[in-house]
Structures are given as structure tokens and as C-alpha cells.
Write a protein that binds this ligand. Structure first.
Ligand SMILES: CC[C@H](C(=O)O)C(=O)SCCNC(=O)CCNC(=O)[C@H](O)C(C)(C)COP(=O)(O)OP(=O)(O)OC[C@H]1O[C@@H](n2cnc3c(N)ncnc32)[C@H](O)[C@@H]1OP(=O)(O)O
Length: 323
């Protein structure tokens, strides 16, 4: 790794800038050599995880879509679970599309923030029960479980600040999807409910592991054991919700109101150079997932990608005090 030292002369400054940019490029390319952040899967063939075989099986259950809109000017993206006739339940084909959208976002190097929402004013009612019935044998269930755990873990690890915009209901797998985002914003009348118990199940898309980390083991056990309906007040109290949208439901079906509120909320945490915002998410991800020593080493590597970087040098050259 090239060290980007401080410089005194203007010419040296330019050379150092070039060296720093090159050094950071070399660092970034090595940064995600660590399994925890690169696009590798949680599972391997040894676990019976054959992604292409599973995709083919899931595509046999069509319906709905997972739409993605990226905004180059703001660095914000909106991912919409779109199956309104089924309360945005995930068909098998939508599970495959979700993974495809996550892959697109993994390649979006200028991305800073992500809003995950549902169409038609409701979030997501989990897996499509018709698909669930058709895949109820243990082998298919395990394959769907590994596929969705992998896709949602990769979504959570994106170097973008993500927020679930929860309107209406987030049930079952829908509640699990909300936990794969960094934050959750809830509409005043919305509900997050881990209904799995009523299905004779427990979460299978990674929602239990993430819920314990979000709210602690005791609240997690209450939500799973009791299939409790989490409204915004309870969500804020236990730390599952990070904000509540203002009253004043969308007028005349203007779904945009909630989305605009979510964009404004998220922009507080994504304003600034993309490389800095993405680095912030990376160091938090490593702190969230790794043992301390490894997290410190990962932090050092990420720090090296911004130390002496354009944003850093610009800030150092500037005279502005930070409010
Ligand atoms: C690991 C994930 C886990 C798993 O895969 O094991 C799951 O996520 S399993 C699924 C867990 N989700 C549920 O159990 C929710 C089931 N749905 C409901 O409880 C209700 O539909 C509700 C509360 C979402 C909405 O109720 P409401 O009365 O407002 O509307 P309807 O029930 O009439 O629903 C409208 C329409 O949508 C269909 N629908 C809703 N949810 C699903 C779903 N998960 N899969 C398939 N279809 C769903 C519902 O059948 C209605 O269709 P219609 O043709 O009009 O009967």
C-alpha cells in the first residue's frame, strides 16, 4: 500500500494527490478480499447451495416484480417490492429478482443510500403462500432459506445507508426484509409482525439473527414467541423503528408523500462525497459483524481509502469550520 504523507510544495501536492488516488484504488481492490464484505455467498455447494439450480426452481413460481430506481444526482436508490394484488408477497420469481437488484446495487459505485419499500402503500406480506405450499418439502425449503438469507445478507452489507420505508404491513418474510436495512421508518398506522409462529415456523431469511442484534434477545423472543404486532410506538421503544413518518396520509393516493419523507430523512445521513459515505457504512458493517481485532483491521483498511483522498485534501485545504 502506498503511504500518502503530508506535503509542503504545490507540485508535490499534485503528485501526492495522484499517488493517493492510485494508492486508494489499490487498497479498494484489496479491501473486499475479506469474505465478510465481498460478494461471496454465505453457503457453498457443500451446504447444498447451487444458486443457479435454486433460481430455476424459484422462477417456476411467477408473479410480481422487484423494481429498482437509481438516482445518479443524489446517489439514492429506491427498491420496490411490487406485487400489490398479493400484498407484495414474494413470489419465487421475485426472490430471484431481489438478488438481481442486489447485484446491480453491488456494482453501483456512486451509490450512497437505499430506500426499500412496498408498492400500493403496504410493505410486504412475506413469502407467497402459494409458493410456500409448493415448496413445503424440506429440501426446497432449505434451498429457499439459503437463497434468501444470502440475498438479504448481501443487501445489508451494501456500502449504502439503507432504510426500510414501512407502510401498511411488514409480515413474516416482509418483517425479515425490514431487518436487513440499516434503519426502519414506520408510517403512523403501520405494523411489523413476525407472524412465523402462526405458520408453525421461525424466521428463515436471516430475520431472527438480525432481530437479536437490533433489539436484544429478550425483545426478539417476545416478538417471535408472541408474534407481537409492532406499531411505531413499540417499534421506537424497543429500537426496531428509527423514526415515524408524519401524520397526513397521502392525499388521493399520492404514494409519493411517504417516499419524499423517507428521502428527506435519509439524505441527512448520505449528504457528502460518495466515497466517504460508503466508507462510513463499510466501517460500521465491519464493526457490526467482526470480532474487535478484525474490525479494527478492517477499519484501518477503509481509513486508508479516504485518508489523503480528494474529499480529505479538499477539507484540509478549506477554511470552513464544521458546525
Ligand atoms: C421465511 C418467510 C416465511 C416463509 O416463507 O415461511 C413467510 O413469509 S410465510 C408468509 C407469511 N405471511 C403471512 O402469513 C401473511 C398472509 N397474509 C395475511 O395475513 C393477510 O393477507 C394480510 C394481513 C397481509 C392482509 O389481509 P387483508 O384482509 O387486508 O387482505 P387479504 O388477506 O384479502 O389479502 C389480499 C390478497 O393478498 C393475498 N395475500 C396476502 N398475503 C399473501 C401471501 N403472503 N401470499 C400469497 N397471497 C397473499 C390474499 O390471499 C388476497 O388475495 P385474494 O386472491 O384476494 O384472496
Amino acid at each position: 500500500m502506498l503511504w500518502c504523507g503530508t506535503v509542503t510544495q504545490q507540485t508535490a501536492h499534485k503528485n501526492t494527490m495522484v499517488i493517493c488516488v492510485l494508492g486508494r484504488y489499490l487498497l479498494k481492490s484489496s479491501l473486499c478480499s475479506r469474505s465478510w464484505c465481498r460478494k461471496s455467498s454465505l453457503y457453498s455447494a457443500g451446504h447444498g447451495f447451487q444458486p443457479e439450480e435454486i433460481r430455476e426452481k424459484l422462477r417456476a413460481y411467477p408473479g410480481g416484480a422487484v423494481d429498482l430506481l437509481t438516482q445518479g444526482d443524489t446517489g439514492l436508490a429506491v427498491l420496490t417490492v411490487n406485487n400489490p394484488s398479493r400484498m407484495n408477497a414474494f413470489s419465487g420469481a421475485m426472490m430471484v429478482e431481489l438478488e438481481e437488484r442486489v447485484s446491480q446495487l453491488e456494482s453501483w459505485t456512486q451509490g450512497k443510500g437505499l430506500i426499500v419499500r412496498g408498492a400500493a402503500g403496504t410493505f410486504c406480506s412475506g413469502a407467497d403462500l402459494n409458493a410456500v405450499r409448493a415448496m413445503s418439502n424440506p429440501q426446497d425449503g432449505m434451498k429457499m432459506c439459503m437463497f434468501m438469507q444470502d440475498a438479504l445478507t448481501r443487501l445489508q452489507r451494501l456500502p449504502l445507508v439503507s432504510v426500510a420505508l414501512v407502510e401498511g404491513r411488514a409480515l413474516g418474510g416482509g418483517s425479515e426484509l425490514s431487518t436487513a436495512c440499516d434503519f426502519r421508518l414506520m408510517a403512523p398506522d403501520s405494523v411489523i409482525q413476525f407472524v412465523h409462529k402462526h405458520m408453525g415456523l421461525v424466521p428463515g431469511w436471516g430475520g431472527a439473527a438480525r432481530l437479536v442484534r437490533l433489539v436484544g434477545d429478550r425483545h426478539a423472543l417476545r416478538l417471535l414467541g408472541g408474534a407481537l404486532k409492532v406499531d411505531p410506538e413499540l417499534g421506537l421503544r424497543i429500537g426496531l423503528a428509527d423514526g415515524v413518518l408524519e401524520e397526513g396520509a397521502p392525499q388521493d393516493g399520492d404514494e409519493g408523500v411517504a417516499l419524499r419523507q423517507a428521502e428527506e430523512w435519509l439524505s441527512r445521513y448520505t449528504k457528502g462525497p460518495a466515497e466517504v459515505i460508503r466508507a462510513a457504512k463499510r466501517v460500521v458493517s465491519s464493526g457490526r459483524e467482526l470480532p474487535l481485532t478484525e474490525a479494527l483491521r478492517a477499519e484501518k483498511e477503509v481509513f486508508g481509502t479516504v485518508w489523503g483522498g480528494e474529499a480529505n485534501l479538499r477539507a484540509l485545504a478549506g477554511k470552513t469550520k464544521h458546525k
